[in-house]
Design a binder for this molecule. Sequence first.
Ligand SMILES: [Zn+2]
Length: 292
Amino acid sequence: MDRNSAWKTFYAEQEAALRKGEQIAEAYEFRAPPVDPFRLLKAERKLIHAVGEDFGDAFDGRIRYVGNRFLLCFNTKYNSWRHSGTHHSRVLFSIAHELGHYFLDRHRKCLVTNRRPHDSFSEFTAHSLIETEADHFAAGLLMPSYLVRKNVNRENFPKIDNILEVRRQFDVSLTGLLARWTQLSDFPCATVATYQGIIQFGWVSEPLRNQGCYRVRRGHAPECRYFKRFLGQNDPVSKYAQGDGGGSTDYWLDWENRSLDTAEMYFAIPHSGYVWAFLMCDEADLSDDRFD
Ligand SMILES: [Zn+2]
């Protein structure tokens, strides 16, 4: 397989895993957020025995096939972090990830055949295809498009509070939501992850991709003054902070010969040290005639 088709397969598999997560949410009749993975554990209790404990740094989640059922362990250590529900969203994500290994046919077959435990570290940090697939399953399950999309596409310029409210409703991590938001948005927007002022990775929404903008400027230090001021107030990231500003796609996105003004939000996440930027462009600016 050449490199290009290998990547295509990789993305197609991720996409399929995400769809499967959405289908499971639908099949188990989640009609409003949040999609609670504990409800799934309960529904599958004949086949899954679930154990939650503080497993320290051993793993975030683990699943193995023992006897004639699955033993699913999830690490509750993140519950010592500030959270609103019974469990921290990171614990819920870990369970959803393990459920991916259970519901995705190829993963389940693997577990049943080799009977070895599978340890997982989430979220979005592991790189093997199996882990990426389970993460995508979890994102699809916890944030199915049929529940999230209408929240995302209400307005071109949502406020920080709108995003935090959706996050609260779905009980997911802010960064997981921003990634999903960008995927499902019908508006030109992007989510960019930065570490120590440098762009690490990110995603752009479909309306931008349709205009030839596919990538963030990896390795670049955005010159945006609002962003720099935000960084300067909390450097290195020691506490959660949020803020807003504005600038241009030039600072953030790889887009040949084209640039648009941006309204921006910034979120500093203390446990990872990442600062996330959410960029919004005006939909009206896209209908520029330069590309006709
Ligand atoms: Zn895993």
